[in-house]
Design a protein around this ligand. Sequence first.
Ligand SMILES: Nc1ncnc2c1ncn2[C@@H]1O[C@H](COP(=O)(O)OP(=O)(O)O)[C@@H](O)[C@H]1O
Ligand SMILES: CC(=O)N[C@@H](CCC(=O)OP(=O)(O)O)C(=O)O
Length: 315
Amino acid sequence: MTIVIQERKDAARRAAATAKAGTLIEALPWLDRFHGETVVIKYGGHAMTAEELRAGFAQDLVFLKHAGLRPVVVHGGGPQVTGHLDRLGIESEFTAGLRVTTEETIDVVRMVLNGKVNKDIVGLINRYGPYAVGLSGEDANLFTAERKLASVDGQFVDIGLVGEITSVDASMIKALLDDGRIPVVSSLARGTDGPVSTDGTGGANTVYNVNADTAAAALAVALKAHKLVVLTDVEGLYRDWPNSDEVISQLDSGDLAKLLPSLSAGMIPKMEACLTAVTGGVPQAHVLDGRLSHAILLEIFTDSGIGTMVIGDTP
Ligand SMILES: Nc1ncnc2c1ncn2[C@@H]1O[C@H](COP(=O)(O)OP(=O)(O)O)[C@@H](O)[C@H]1O
Ligand SMILES: CC(=O)N[C@@H](CCC(=O)OP(=O)(O)O)C(=O)O
C-alpha cells in the first residue's frame, strides 16, 4: 500500500476549497432546470481571438453536453473573412451591419467560414472529446434563403448575395444531438433560385451569405431552444453606445422593438436576432462578452447571470 501525505491546509486554502464547493452547489438548480434543453450559441468572429478564451469556450460546450444540455454552435467569422479579402486586395463594405456580397465575395465567405473557421472550432471542441461535427448551413437544406435587401433610412438597398432565411430543416441537427454530438454550423444558406443547367443534370442554386446572428436565431426558433446565447466582444447592449458603457441587463421584446431603430453597426443584427428568437418562442436570448473567460457557464449556471438578457413581452 502507498501512503500519501498532504500538508495540513491553512484557513485561507480551506476557505477557497469551500468557495469552490459553493459554486458547484449554486449550479445545482440550474443543472436540474436545463437538463435536456437545447441551447443555441452564436460564436462571433470577434469573440474567437485569444487562444485561452477559445479553449474556455470549447470546455464550456463540453461541460454543457456532459451536464445533459444539448448545445448547438452557429458561428460567424466576419473579421476572418475581412482579413482574407484584404489579403486578396478586395475591399469590404457593410450596409446596416451586413456585408455587401458579390459573386467574388461569396466564394471567399464560403471558403473561410466552411473551410477554415468551422473546422478550427470543430478541432478546438474535439480536444476535449469527440463530439463536434461541422456543417455548412447549406448541408441537408438546413437553411434555405432568398435575397435580402437592407433597410437604410426607410429605403431598401441591394446588398448582393445576402440571404434572408425562409425555412429551416433542423432534422439533421436533431439527429446529431440525439447521438450526443455538438453540431457546429456556418451561416451559409442555399437559395431556391439560381441557375439550373439546361440538360437537367445539375446546376447549383444560389448560395447566400447570412449574418450569423440571424442564422443562430432562426435555428434556435426551429429547434424550440430554451436559450439563444450570442457571444461577442462587448459586455452586452450598451444603453448609449459609444458614449457610455452602461449595460442594459434585461429588457423585454417590446422595449427592444422600440430601441432597434436607434442601434448601429454590428448590434443591429444581434438585437434583431434576439427579438426574432423571443418572439419565435425561445424563452430567453442573451448577448454576452466572449472576452470573459467561461462566459457561457457563468450565464447558465450562476444566479446573477451576465450580459444582456431579452425575454418575451411583459405586461
Ligand atoms: N449599443 C451597442 N452596445 C454594444 N455594442 C455596440 C452597440 N452599438 C454598436 N455596437 C458595436 O457592435 C459590435 C459587436 O458587433 P460585431 O462587431 O458584428 O461583433 P461579432 O463579430 O461578435 O458578431 C461591438 O463591438 C460594438 O462596436
Ligand atoms: C451578411 C453578412 O454580413 N454575413 C457575415 C457572416 C459572418 C458573420 O456574421 O460573422 P460575425 O458573427 O463574426 O460578425 C459576414 O460576411 O461577415
